[in-house]
Design a protein around this ligand. Structure first.
Ligand code: FAD
Length: 343
């Protein structure tokens, strides 16, 4: 087992609000660990609209979701947060000493004095194929993400989806897999036009195959998934033999394990006890950004930034019980200049 990490603050979620939480904690000299189930930071801004312009960040007339994320990362650099990406926080439990045990899906364990839940709309999970009996083959013949592409070499693959992930993997695995069929429910693809063109070229050369239709059933032989049933636009269902099915239907957010930590929840949102600290009903656990709710809540990035500032002040007494915390201006405070490394 991995060693337990002792922490002052753990932030769950690396969306814009989780990232800015690092900054606000940093100004109070609190170091943070940041965990996200995605492999990249930026939350919705990066997952849902990296190239779209945002116009309502104060003093930033326009920036894209990716640019906002890059700037936040630059802004928090002085505080050297530790990122733990590609892992979902599964367990949060209060200890007798008032701190919390926290664990992730990959087995990273923490003992922390405070927790900041900046989990947005929940952790992004792959959308699954809704076909009876298919769950039994998840991880053996049916995959929603690729960890080790070599395991698909030499296999007869069917790759479902019309976005970038589906086409990127189809193009990556063609020639290495025994055969590749791209299966998409319509002629239109969301993927980059260049990838679509490349796929069509390979199909014209009989190196890959494109089928328009949807998976509507499966056949098994000796507990092995042997065929899928594919229903086309013409309403006809055809059988398609395969070794492995890769499904890329995009990601959808799920509140997930957060619901099991004893926190007050209202319509999939965490209720905060007050808007002075944005603390939940469990002392030491704060909720900021899209995940929280309180009278007047607006799910805006700028609201999340404000919440992060007050939550940091609210948490400081748990970490420095004997210290008086004063608010200081970054412009003029020599202490903050030192912390920011701008002396
Ligand atoms: P999120 O960005 O949702 O990030 C939460 C992160 O937490 C995710 O990365 C998730 O994977 C992670 N997470 C959740 N649960 C767990 C767990 N158990 N373990 C590990 N990680 C977990 N807002 C504006 O202010 N201006 C705009 O112009 C604007 N435009 C938008 C356009 C679109 C298309 C969309 C979809 C939203 C827009 N928003 C806009 C809303 C804005 O994106 C959200 O308010 C903002 O992303 C919330 O940030 P957050 O950090 O609270 O959560």
């Amino acid at each position: 087992a991995q060693a337990v990490i002792e922490a002052d603050a753990v932030i769950i979620g690396a969306g814009p609000v989780g990232l800015f939480q690092v900054f606000e904690l940093g100004l109070l000299e609190i170091k943070a660990h940041v965990i996200d189930s995605l492999a990249v930071v930026g939350g919705q801004c990066v997952e849902l609209y990296p190239d779209k312009p945002i116009y309502d960040i104060p003093a930033v007339p326009v920036c894209t979701g990716q640019e906002l994320t890059d700037n936040l990362l630059k802004q928090i650099e002085p505080f050297e947060p530790t990122f733990h990406l590609g892992q979902e926080v599964t367990l949060v439990e209060r200890r007798e000493d008032g701190r919390f045990d926290l664990e992730t899906s990959t087995g990273t364990r923490f003992i922390t004095k405070t927790i900041f839940i900046a989990a947005g709309v929940g952790s992004f999970q792959p959308r699954t194929l809704k076909v009876e009996g298919i769950e039994a083959f998840e991880g053996s013949q049916v995959f929603y993400r690729v960890k080790d592409p070599t395991q698909f070499h030499g296999k007869n693959l069917v790759i479902c989806g019309g976005g970038d992930s589906a086409l990127d993997w189809a193009l990556n695995l063609v020639g290495k897999a025994e055969s590749v069929v791209v299966l998409h429910r319509r002629e239109d693809f969301r993927a980059a036009p260049a990838s679509v063109a490349k796929m069509k070229e390979l199909c014209d050369n009989y190196e890959m195959q494109l089928t328009i239709g949807q998976v509507t059933g499966i056949e098994t032989k000796d507990d092995v998934l042997s065929e899928i049933k594919v229903t086309g636009a013409d309403g006809v269902t055809r059988r398609m033999p395969l070794d492995t099915l890769l499904v890329f239907f995009g990601l959808s957010p799920k509140l997930g394990p957060i619901a099991e930590w004893g926190l007050d929840i209202e319509r999939k949102q965490l209720k905060v006890v007050n808007t002075e600290k944005f603390e939940t009903n469990v002392p030491g656990i704060f909720a900021v950004g899209d995940i929280n709710t309180y009278p007047g809540k607006k799910k805006l990035i700028l609201s999340g930034f404000h919440e992060a500032a007050l939550a940091a002040f609210g948490a400081a007494p748990y970490i420095f019980p004997d210290k008086k915390i004063h608010m200081q201006y970054t412009t003029t405070s020599p202490k903050l200049h030192k912390i920011l490394g701008v002396e």
